[in-house]
Design a protein around this ligand. Structure first.
Ligand SMILES: [Fe+2]
Length: 328
């Protein structure tokens, strides 16, 4: 039996709502119409839609807030923003905030039906991929939670990485890529023996070689998931160093993806400030001194500086200097 497709159309022009509705109902789609955002938001809280077509200039919401609301409540929906000629730049910007596509008004009803058929196929594939991704995330969090020492590591790394990404002004889309990569960055450790991962003493050289395989194993696990194409390079390269002494590829400087350079700083700080089977956690100030010491060698200096600003904003001292200026 053919699965139903549910479409929500949000526009303050009745004519637009009616013409969409007429064209889509004839195609067998289930269409819901909303004249403003507060009405649409009520529907979003109650129902799940496959596709949402929303005007970028609604009287009661901004474009970015609108997309964030949709993503929070209908995470598998395919989001299309629509705009008249005067607002087309806003519609294009909406892609940065997480919309999948945009359309310009006025619409050609026959063209829109053809486009919608393609989008319905695309949305189903994307939703399947995202569901698979959610399953992998659950696995990654289970891996994170299974022992006392790494409990919550990936989640905390993710929080630091997202804070850094915001601090340096990355877009909503880039931040989302970093967030998902953060949760999954050590997924390859599934393929490393517990006897090595949880060893209480120092690792032998052979054991260290095994541990260093986890980014490669992570990439192999995630490669079949199409929707992770943007996240995988961050996961694969999160142990590279600016000076080329990292792994797996020994990349240098800006050749390392920016998201991977961010994860590297967040990962190192979280690891240093938490207990490990072979050592106690370091005080924040000592860990910060280590980040500074390895600036330009292991870590991107701009990322370390951004992270120090984030920490200061959290009320963490980043120097012994008592006259340290607060970050506002
Ligand atoms: Fe790692």
């Amino acid at each position: 039996m053919k699965e139903s497709t549910y479409i929500l159309v949000v526009d303050d022009e009745q004519l637009v709502l009616d013409s969409f509705s007429e064209a889509f109902v004839q195609e067998g789609y289930q269409v819901t119409k909303a004249k403003n955002w507060s009405q649409a938001n009520r529907y979003l809280k109650t129902y799940q839609y496959n596709i949402i077509i929303a005007d970028v200039r609604l009287p009661d919401v901004g474009c970015q807030e609108m997309i964030e609301d949709i993503k929070e409540q209908n995470k598998y929906a395919y989001i299309i923003t629509s705009a008249g000629f005067a607002d087309i730049d806003t519609a294009m910007d909406s892609l940065q905030h997480g919309a999948h596509d945009y359309m310009s008004k006025p619409f050609d009803p026959s063209g829109i039906v053809t486009t919608m058929r393609k989008i319905v196929d695309k949305q189903r594939l994307q939703a399947d991929n995202l569901q698979l991704f959610d399953t992998i995330k659950v696995l990654a969090l289970a891996l994170d939670a299974r022992d006392h020492y790494t409990h919550g590591h990936s989640q905390q790394v993710t929080e630091y990485a997202v804070d850094i990404a915001r601090e340096i002004g990355l877009s909503f889309k880039e931040i989302n890529i970093i967030r998902d990569a953060g949760i999954l960055h050590d997924i390859g450790k599934i393929g490393i023996a517990d006897a090595i991962l949880l060893k209480p003493g120092r690792l032998t050289q052979e054991e260290y070689i095994q541990i260093k395989k986890h980014p490669v194993i992570g990439k192999k696990i995630l490669d079949p998931v199409n929707c992770l194409a943007d996240n995988i390079p961050l996961i694969y390269h999160h142990h590279e160093r600016i000076d080329g002494q990292g792994y797996p590829d020994g990349l240098t400087g800006d050749n390392i993806p920016l998201g991977a350079r961010i994860l590297s700083v967040a990962d190192a700080y979280q690891a240093m400030t938490s207990d490990r089977p072979y050592r106690k956690s370091l005080p924040a100030l000592i860990a910060i001194e280590e980040l500074k010491r390895f600036k330009g060698r292991q870590f991107d200096p701009d990322i370390v500086d951004a992270f120090l600003r984030v920490l200061r904003r959290m009320g963490i001292k980043t120097t012994n200097n008592t006259a340290e200026a607060p970050v506002t």
